[in-house]
Design a protein around this ligand. Structure first.
Ligand code: TPP
Length: 672
């Protein structure tokens, strides 16, 4: 008992809410809103599992929770387990009444019925009576669930069942102090978390605390040494029947590794770098299709996407599976079925939360989304990163499959959707998380994308972020070169450099597909207009390799970093996202002032692809002009920069007249 008291919410102890050290838990109780979506993720493809999800009535006011009741419309009673929501209506949150708390039973019943649940009410304040009522209701709910499942599994799926949900009305701070300092506490918002605020200095509060603790009759429950009495301990179920020993809540222990097809089978033929255009994510779509096929039996892979699988060019998956929808199907539906494995719901929260629940219980998946709207789930990603980091230090927690993101429809190619769709900030969010759990990849083409994806699907305990656009784009590396490049994380592209392996005058570095295209095109321009300038092109796939090795495990050694970027030459760094990210990552490398990062600087609109890079001052022309500015001793620099300005003026005029990019830009390919 002393041990429990010493560790509960104390320095070096355990948090006051459910957290990674709590056996039987799959998420932190800290940030509210995600319980139902995690529960659905855990129940998918877990036919024998019933996931009890306790929803606070305050928590029920959050956007993600409000949006997550609909998970039931994706839950198939034949192949999935069940989710049993327990809506705890204690009427109050921290400082006031909850919205649901003042609703009548009928209103709550109607609300739940509208979402597809039958409400089972348990209400009262006499503990012994409520325990009995709750036990009976729980049993009824479980029998109802088993009946629904047995029927569907025996006769096949017919229609979406109405699932039970328990509504529990008990006082907030139930069995805690009734009145403190003359004010009612039990049954009010004042009972929230710390009903007695001043036990150290106020003897009255201390007395109330003692009375409260003694009301649980510790002398009956514990022996003289403070040990929990065996006769009570024995009432608990044995082994894995105990909530704390449920293997699903230590998902890594149940993981069946994915059977991955050889990713090289999906690679593109690239005879000469930068000469053919292709939609890179289409190749990934085919890889995903065959991951589904090869893992049909363990049924442990799903794709989560807010309505954009086709748009993101991943549509090949529909050759082997469908969109999941456990509701009415009609003739015009396109690849929709009750047993589809593509989870399309227009809610980034649900996609993320379902995938979290899925990987936390030992399965695998990918969340593919428009880049700008990944930020809708910034906070969820942060919480999952914290969870993983915490778990790393708990020996009994087995590693779980990584949570994989594909961000596509990126800022540079949302020229048609405009400003609202242009935001690469999810990278900024992940960069700030613990290096032990975060990986960020910016493959420049299809073959690199495949290599990176294969790597991510094999990994554990990470948030793997992959960023690449879906539009036709230049392909740079053949299969072998891509594999080697991705394994290194970054490398010199000799074929577009002209430093002959010696010290260059300037380094053009890039990370990201469009950044790569503009950088290689800048090297091409410089070759033509300033052939004596020695240019080295460095491409970065694994962003965190730029970090000094003491700050990220992927960080290149100082020697390797200098081999790429030299010790002192100017580096013009074209980056996919916000330039400040690069400056932050390279802190600690030699002479960082020589790095000039260019990237997305919130200049966006509905325009042409090249105009996007021009507006953000990250175009090939800008990069070439930067090289001229920063490389030492360029005799005719002013003249060359004037030439660059003239090209930009011509571009502006052409775009406004033709609504298209200059043909020499639009159709540009690499040539020696
Ligand atoms: C997303 C989020 N916003 C705010 C908080 C701060 N907070 C902690 S508990 C709480 C009230 C929760 O009320 P309820 O869900 O009814 O739970 P109860 O404590 O009454 O069981 C709030 C607002 C939080 N933890 N998470």
């Amino acid at each position: 008992m002393l041990k429990l008291f010493r560790q509960f919410s104390t320095p070096g102890g355990i948090p006051s809410h459910v957290s990674a050290p709590t056996p039987g838990s799959i998420h932190e109780g800290g940030e509210l809103g995600y319980v139902l979506m995690h529960a659905f993720g855990a129940a998918f493809d877990n036919p024998e599992l019933i996931v009890a999800a306790v929803v606070g009535d305050g928590e029920a006011e959050t956007g993600p929770l409000e949006g997550s009741w609909k998970g039931v419309k994706f839950l198939n009673p034949v192949r999935d387990g069940a989710v049993l929501p327990i809506l705890h209506l204690n009427g109050y949150k921290i400082a006031g009444p909850t919205v649901f708390g003042r609703d009548s039973d009928d209103q709550i019943r109607d609300f739940l019925a509208g979402h597809g649940y039958e409400a089972l009410f348990v209400e009262g304040s006499d503990p012994m009576q409520v325990h009995q009522d709750f036990a009976a209701t729980l049993e009824a709910a479980i029998l109802q669930i088993r009946e629904i499942q047995a029927e569907a599994r025996k006769h096949g799926f017919k229609e979406r069942p109405v699932w039970p949900a328990i509504v529990l009305r008990t006082p907030k701070g139930w069995t805690g102090p009734k009145v403190v300092d003359g004010l009612p506490v039990e049954g009010t918002f004042r009972a929230h978390q710390v009903p007695l605020a001043n036990v150290r200095n106020n003897p009255q509060h201390l007395k109330l605390l003692e009375e409260w603790m003694r009301s649980y009759k510790p002398e009956e429950l514990f022996d003289q040494n403070g040990r929990f009495r065996t006769e009570y301990a024995e009432l608990a179920p044995k082994g894995q029947r105990r909530m704390g020993d449920n293997a699903h809540a230590n998902g890594g222990s149940l993981e069946v590794p994915l059977d991955l097809p050889g990713f090289a089978d999906y690679s593109l033929e690239v005879k000469k770098p930068g000469t053919v255009r292709h939609e890179s994510t289409r190749q990934l779509g085919q890889f995903l299709r065959d991951i589904f096929k090869k893992n049909t039996k363990p049924a442990n892979f799903r794709l989560f996407c807010p309505d954009e699988t086709n748009s993101n060019r991943l549509g090949a998956v529909f050759e082997t599976t469908n969109r999941c929808f456990v509701g009415k199907l009609i003739e015009i539906d396109d690849h929709v079925s009750h047993d589809g494995r593509v989870m399309e719901v227009l809610s980034e929260h649900n996609c993320h939360g379902w995938l979290e629940g899925y990987v936390l219980t030992g399965r695998h998946g990918l969340f593919a989304t428009y880049e700008a709207f990944a930020m809708v789930v910034d906070s969820m990603a942060m919480q999952h990163a914290k969870w993983l980091e915490h778990c790393r230090h708990i020996p009994w927690r087995k590693p779980i499959p990584s949570l994989n993101y594909l961000l596509t429809s990126t800022c540079w190619r949302n020229d048609h959707n405009g400003f609202s769709h242009q935001g690469p900030g999810f990278i900024d969010n992940l960069v700030s998380k613990k290096p032990s759990v975060v990986r960020i990849y910016l493959p420049p083409d299809a073959n690199c994308l495949l290599s990176v994806a294969d790597h991510c699907f094999r990994s554990h305990n990470y948030l793997n972020l992959i960023v690449i656009d879906k539009q036709p784009q230049l392909q740079w590396l053949d299969q072998d070169a891509a594999r080697e490049h991705c394994a290194r994380g970054a490398g010199v592209w000799n074929w577009c450099s002209n430093d002959d392996g010696k010290e260059p005058d300037v380094v053009l570095a890039c990370a990201g597909d469009i950044a790569t295209q503009e950088t290689v095109a800048a090297a091409w321009l410089l070759r033509r207009h300033l052939p004596e300038l020695k240019v080295r092109v460095v491409n970065v796939v694994d962003l965190m390799c730029l970090c000094p090795p003491d700050r990220h495990p992927h960080g290149l050694s100082q020697e390797m970093f200098i081999n790429l970027f030299t010790y002192s030459k100017p580096v013009i760094f074209a980056f996919h996202g916000y330039p400040a990210v690069v400056h932050g990552i390279i802190h600690g490398r030699p002479d960082t002032d020589r790095f000039h990062a260019r990237g997305y600087i919130e200049e966006g609109t509905t325009t042409t692809p090249f105009d996007m890079v021009v507006l953000n001052r990250a175009s090939r022309v800008h990069l070439a002009m930067d090289a001229i500015r920063y490389a030492p001793n360029i005799v005719n620099a002013a003249k060359l920069i004037a030439k660059g300005e003239a090209i930009l003026a011509k571009h502006r005029q052409y775009v406004e007249e033709h609504f298209d990019d200059l043909p020499e830009v639009r159709d540009w390919v690499w040539s020696d």
